[in-house]
Design a binder for this molecule. Structure first.
Ligand code: ADP
Ligand code: MG
Length: 549
């Protein structure tokens, strides 16, 4: 938190400065009110009217300054929250593929939504409150000192007591804040899951499950946060009681001093307000410090700050390497072996097919090439250089990947193909033709500007795949990995798309498919047929990729 406050000191300066003016105005009003009461005691009507008018003017100025300070504070918080979100996006971008997918998207959504709300209310609001209250305390102390040093001495004793109380609770609040943040992330992830499966649950008549799981996710989040709020409430109550006791003691001291003639009688009225300014200010500072402690865990997800990394840049296609070789590669998901001592060679411009029954590791081979699964045994070389010497980003500069489950953004077909890059009309036309999307577009009144809906819900499975193929082709990477990318297409369209990929002489194609005809297989440079790992009685696994052409 202090990182953001230091970095944005200019942004924070103005609301703090206006806050300082408002608090000072409040204390000056209290001093003027003393004079007003004193004039009343002395039956000095004109003095009373003068001081009272000054007080009214002072209050108008105080509220005006407070309103401007509030508006500037809101603006500063907006910018601070945006910076935290920006750093969270950068943190996510820095994560390697397995690390990113080790958490559910719901967890990330909670980082970017509920966590930011907590940072706003527990962090920034408390910071501004502490600043304003400290100014108020300082001004009140100065005002009381101008009346009598005994008043100040009492103020300092109060300060010492009020500031030491919250220290007792800081650790406990940090822990509760962490539990609350975790519960919110888990709950949101749960809610995201049932919302994504809404249609499935309804189709199978399991609306009860939707409600029950929604309720339990809701309570998961509420329970942890309720504990945090309950503890906060009890601590606030305890701190408040101590604050009120100190206030009454201060009142007794003031009256005693007035009786002794050390301060004016009119001071009695405002001295209580000034004392309240100190004690309430201190209890507010104490509570805000507790809130800041609870906000701390929310910042711990941020591991990267904007100024520590170069601004992310979009990757452009690079000339591809000539040979990709996988030698004696074995791979395990946890304890489960998927590839055993497999070797493949992919030459520039060659057309390769990976076939085999479901679960034999075809997609895993593509993910290894993409650098998403760094923990493998054996060797993967790009032009003789070890794949682990490249970052996944460097590998992706050469490769396009069409996944089995296509993801489309909730925008237009055009945006889903170009991903916001300004490709020429000619390139766009070519990609649309080679992906067989032209027939679909001809039947859509809005053509390329047709909205696709949430994850392409307005399109058929085949249309979604064609959009994904057009997206991969237009980005013009020289190696194309296709994971069952034509499985949702009817035979005719699958043939057209596969043929256009096979006819492209510059493209290195690695296509995963389990429905290749003999005629089609003959068109590939090489067809690798993967076999599932068989476990022999001696518990020895064996797998070989057979080249059939
Ligand atoms: P294919 O594409 O040939 O159908 P995959 O490469 O997707 O097969 O998967 C091979 C095996 O690895 C399957 O048994 C699958 O269940 C398992 N598998 C795939 N991904 C994971 C994962 N992330 N964690 C654990 N097991 C996985
Ligand atoms: Mg697969």
């Amino acid at each position: 938190m202090s990182y953001y406050l230091k970095k944005n000191w200019k942004l924070i300066f103005w609301p703090c400065f206006l806050g300082l003016m408002a608090q000072s105005a409040y204390v000056i009003i209290q001093l003027m009110m003393m004079q007003s009461f004193q004039a009343a005691f002395e039956l000095d009507l004109s003095g009373f009217i003068q001081w009272t008018s000054a007080c009214i003017g002072g209050y108008i100025a105080y509220f005006g300054l407070a309103a401007i300070a509030g508006a500037l504070e809101a603006n500063a918080k907006r910018k601070l929250n945006n910076q935290v979100r920006h750093d969270l996006y950068l943190t996510l971008l820095q994560k390697k593929h397995p690390e990113y997918h080790s958490q559910d998207n719901g967890v990330y959504i909670s980082w970017l939504t509920t966590n930011i709300k907590q940072i706003d209310s527990l962090g920034w609001t408390s910071f501004f409150s502490i600043f304003n209250q400290l100014i108020m305390i300082i001004c009140c102390v100065a005002a009381l000192l101008s009346l009598d040093w005994v008043m100040l001495a009492f103020g300092l004793v109060s300060a010492a007591i009020m500031l030491s109380v919250p220290k007792l609770f800081t650790k406990q609040m940090e822990k509760l804040g962490q539990t609350c943040a975790n519960a919110e992330a888990q709950g949101l992830s749960h809610i995201k899951d049932i919302l994504s499966g809404f249609d499935v649950l309804r189709a199978f008549g399991r609306t009860n499950r939707f409600i029950n799981e929604g309720d339990s996710a809701s309570d998961e989040m509420e329970k942890a946060c309720c504990k945090l709020k309950t503890s906060q409430g009890f601590i606030t109550c305890g701190v408040g009681v101590i604050s009120v006791c100190l206030q009454f003691l201060q009142q007794i001291v003031t009256v005693f001093l007035a009786i002794q003639g050390r301060i004016i009688i009119g001071a009695i009225s405002s001295a209580s307000n000034l004392t309240a300014g100190i004690t309430n200010g201190l209890s507010s500072v104490a509570n805000s410090r507790i809130s800041i402690a609870a906000a701390k865990p929310y910042f711990e997800n941020i591991t990267v700050h904007a100024e520590d990394v170069l601004p992310p840049k979009d990757l452009t296609a690079e000339t591809s390497c000539n040979t990709i070789s996988m030698e004696n590669v074995s791979f395990f998901y946890d304890d489960k072996q998927v590839l055993d001592n497999q070797s493949f060679i992919f030459e520039k411009g060659g057309k390769y097919a990976l076939t085999g029954p479901s679960g034999c590791g075809k997609s895993t081979v593509l993910k290894l090439l993409l650098g998403w699964l760094p923990k493998y045994q054996g060797f993967i070389h790009f032009d003789g250089k070890n794949a682990s010497d490249f970052t996944p980003e460097q590998l992706l500069q050469q490769m396009s990947y069409i996944e089995q489950d296509v993801y489309l953004f909730n925008t237009t077909i055009r945006d889903n193909i170009t991903l916001g890059i300004d490709f020429s009309d000619e390139m766009l036309k070519r990609a649309i033709k080679d992906s067989s999307l032209d027939g679909d577009l001809a039947n859509m009144p809005l053509g390329l500007d047709t909205p696709v809906g949430e994850n392409g819900s307005n399109l058929s499975g085949g249309q979604k795949q064609r959009v994904a193929i057009a997206r991969a082709l237009i980005h013009n990477r020289s190696i194309l990995l296709v994971d069952e990318g034509t499985s949702a297409l009817d035979q005719k369209n699958a043939d057209i798309v596969e043929q256009s990929l096979l006819d492209n002489p510059n493209l290195t194609l690695i296509l995963v498919s389990h429905h290749l005809t003999q005629k089609r297989k003959a068109q590939f440079t090489k067809v690798y047929e993967l076999k599932p790992i068989t476990v022999s009685p001696e518990n020895v696994s064996k797998q070989e990729a057979v080249s059939v052409f």
